[in-house]
Design a protein around this ligand. Structure first.
Ligand code: ADP
Ligand code: MG
Length: 691
């Protein structure tokens, strides 16, 4: 028989073609999906609170029959339905908005269960409660007289119908779920049997027992993930790189002498860790993870120099042309005096220039290359690429990383991100990497003062820009879009550029930068800004990552409500790159509570790690800091915010398991082994799985 994970949901009792589609909308395609579709909460329907006893400010599950109902249009044009619901003890009113189809569902005499918060507004009422119609039917025992699961669903698939389907699915199929662990291991990890956990989550006798059952499923999810990561780590360790590094030598020594500042302790530590990796026979696989402005570029430069000093080539890949240009300029400034050749490779370079460049790379005359994804094209062939650095790695997908890696033979890899991420996410997303962290900023940096002004006070924002320029500094003004469009009434970079230049800052030099300019144009504006000839740079989010112009001390962000927290934090990271005071101004009229929270967080907090936690809470891990990357495992049940303890246990369990039984060959582990695809062996397979 087909395994449950491949059996379509259409074979479930009570599911016809229409419901198949509705279930699919909930993500339920197979029988297994149905078993793993968990309740959002539970209701104790063994007894109901008498309506007489409810108190405002608390949430209740109430049962009553419809006494009367009426509907009307509110002053604000909303369609309102009010239903009077009564039991033997009293009456309460339930209100719904803009859902005209409800009217027919709530005929007089209908039995209803509602759940929601009771308020007193002239009379006792519940606004937009969840509801369920009580129908007398054979399956009444599923919905009544016990603790009942409440699932997330849509109004087309009523709670009751979904509950019936899932309850029957559990009754019929849970027993057939195969537990992937042998009993001893399961007991050692203090987990209930899989089928029991599933049954209990759908049909608890006691809600207090559900956390243990849920822990089992979260553990499963995380164990699998941690096993994958551990295998990937192991595969990397089995590789041997063909090159050797000389980490002590004249180039690095001279570079260190010329540095105009002392490195922070964190930078020194990261450099030591990297140099130790480079000297290992297996390739480095490290993440340099640190706050915006913490000085990752200089750390990367050390590794690049170690490669050059050892007679190899190094590459650094970045997500935007502007950043590539800037890194190339920075590296040349530092390294050209030491005789190191650094080239820039981006799309749209002139053919002759490009040909010369490719020849140089192939011959080894070009030692370092900074580039965008253009580095990945077939035409780029290296003499001896030994080190690959990926900056702002969260902007790249997994595939792109892998592609650059394949350009070298087992190259050392350093990925860098200015995006601080919570520990739990680091352990899952980057669990196959060794991690170096820069927590401190170079000394003397002052946190930017961040203010949030309503649109009506934009003149005040402009004044802050004028002041900064009068003090000899520069400013960014950022817009969410390049052009205004008929459909969205947003201020846009190009239009505002004209207005800022002519009307608002007539005495200042204003430049415009966005992604649709030609490379030479971008280059020109950026150079003028770096050299201080442009005082106010009007831009889009193209400057979000990496850009480093220490003299810029004001960041004015228009329509700040349109940007994510991570983006805002990155944008703010463009200023406060020197000892001067700096200021970030958010112009926004906020419409949603979420936007309100985001902007308030940015005003109140400067620590990227703290902001990352908030972003994780507001947006969920999938969206977090743009880290959604294809090929990354999706966690369905785990909540990275609250399940850290289980994550730590699963990680330890995964490591212990592989230590005792590296190929999972002991009896009892077949299921897990095949889930992990553990068939291949040897270095070739290792390389493939490192990808
Ligand atoms: P990020 O980590 O965001 O990539 P950068 O590498 O762009 O940061 O560095 C930000 C700025 O700080 C640059 O101007 C850089 O030259 C400067 N910087 C880096 N390290 C130090 C240090 N130890 N002391 C003073 N300034 C530093
Ligand atoms: Mg950077």
């Amino acid at each position: 028989m087909q395994p449950l994970s491949q059996r379509s949901a259409q074979y479930l009792k009570g599911v016809g073609p229409r419901r198949v589609r509705l279930l699919e909308r909930l993500g339920i395609r197979t029988v297994t999906d149905a078993l793993y579709y968990l309740p959002r909460r539970y209701e104790d329907r063994s007894r109901f609170v008498p309506i007489r006893d409810v108190r405002p400010g608390q949430s209740y599950t109430l049962r009553g029959s419809v006494r009367s109902s009426k509907s009307w249009r509110s002053q604000r044009g909303r369609w309102v339905l009010e239903v009077a619901l009564g039991d033997e003890t009293g009456v309460i009113h339930a209100l719904w908005f803009n859902q005209p189809y409800l009217r027919h569902r709530f005929a007089a005499g209908a039995e209803l269960i509602i759940y929601g918060r009771v308020e007193r507004f002239r009379k006792l009422q519940v606004v937009s409660p969840e509801y369920e119609l009580v129908e007398s039917s054979a399956d009444a025992s599923i919905h009544m007289g016990r603790i009942v699961p409440v699932y997330p669903t849509t109004h087309e698939l009523p709670q009751r119908a979904l509950r019936t389907i899932l309850t029957r699915a559990v009754d019929q199929h849970a027993a057939a779920l195969q537990d992937p662990y042998p009993t001893e291991a399961r007991q050692q990890w203090h987990l209930p049997p899989l089928a029991d956990a599933i049954r209990l989550l759908h049909r608890p006798e006691d809600v207090a027992a559900t956390p243990d059952a849920r822990r089992r499923l979260v553990f499963d999810e995380l164990l699998l993930l941690q096993l994958r990561l551990a295998l990937k780590r192991r595969a990397t360790r089995q590789l041997t790189k063909p090159v050797r590094y000389q980490v002590e030598g004249p180039l690095l020594a001279r570079f260190r002498e010329r540095l105009p500042f002392a490195l922070t302790a964190g930078q020194e530590q990261a450099i030591r860790e990297m140099m130790a990796d480079l000297q290992q026979p297996q390739p480095m696989n490290r993440l340099l993870h640190g706050e915006v402005g913490s000085g990752k570029t200089i750390v990367a430069a050390h590794a690049l120099l170690a490669a050059v000093q050892s007679g190899h080539q190094g590459a650094i890949m970045v997500p935007t042309e502007i950043l590539a240009e800037q890194h190339a300029a920075t590296l040349r400034y530092w390294l050209a005096p030491l005789g190191v050749t650094t080239a820039l490779l981006v799309a749209g370079q002139r053919p002759a220039e490009r040909r010369a460049l490719l020849t140089g790379i192939k011959a080894g005359a070009v030692q370092l290359v900074v580039g965008t994804q253009a580095l990945l094209t077939q035409a780029v062939v290296w003499k001896q690429l030994s080190l690959v650095i990926i900056d702002e790695q969260h902007k790249f997908g997994v595939m792109q990383r892998a592609a650059l890696r394949r350009k070298g033979f087992c190259p050392d890899v350093l990925v860098m991100t200015a995006t601080p991420i919570p520990r739990t996410l680091a352990m899952t997303l980057y669990g196959d990497l060794d991690i170096s962290t820069l927590r401190e900023l170079p000394p003397g940096r002052r946190t930017p003062a961040t203010v949030w002004l309503p649109d009506a006070q934009r003149e005040q924002a402009y004044e802050l820009v004028r002041q900064a320029v009068a003090d000899g500094h520069q400013a960014y003004v950022v817009y969410p879009v390049i052009e205004t469009s008929a459909t969205r009434a947003l201020r846009a970079a190009t239009q505002m550029y004209e207005q800022l230049r002519e009307e608002i800052f007539p005495g200042l030099t204003v430049g415009l930068l966005h992604g649709r300019l030609r490379p030479e144009e971008k280059d020109e504006v950026m150079r003028e800004f770096v050299e201080g000839r442009v005082q106010v740079l009007v831009s889009t989010v193209v400057i979000e990552v990496g850009i480093d112009v220490p003299n810029a001390t004001v960041m004015l962000i228009e329509h700040a409500e349109r940007f994510g927290l991570a983006q805002l934090h990155q944008l703010r990271g463009r200023i406060a790159r020197s000892r001067a005071a700096s200021r970030c101004i958010l112009l926004a009229d906020v419409t949603t509570e979420e936007a309100q929270e985001r902007l308030t967080a940015l005003v109140e907090l400067s620590d990227g790690f703290a902001l990352a936690e908030i972003d994780l809470r507001l947006r969920g891990p999938g969206e977090l800091f743009g880290v959604r990357q294809h090929g990354e495992p999706q966690l369905k049940i785990t909540n990275l915010l609250t399940d850290e303890a289980i994550l730590v246990e699963a990680k330890a369990a995964a490591e212990a398991l592989l230590r005792e039984d590296p190929g999972l060959r002991r009896p009892g582990w077949t299921l897990l082994r095949s889930e992990l695809g553990l068939k291949l062996a040897g270095p070739q397979a290792a390389l493939a799985s490192v990808g």
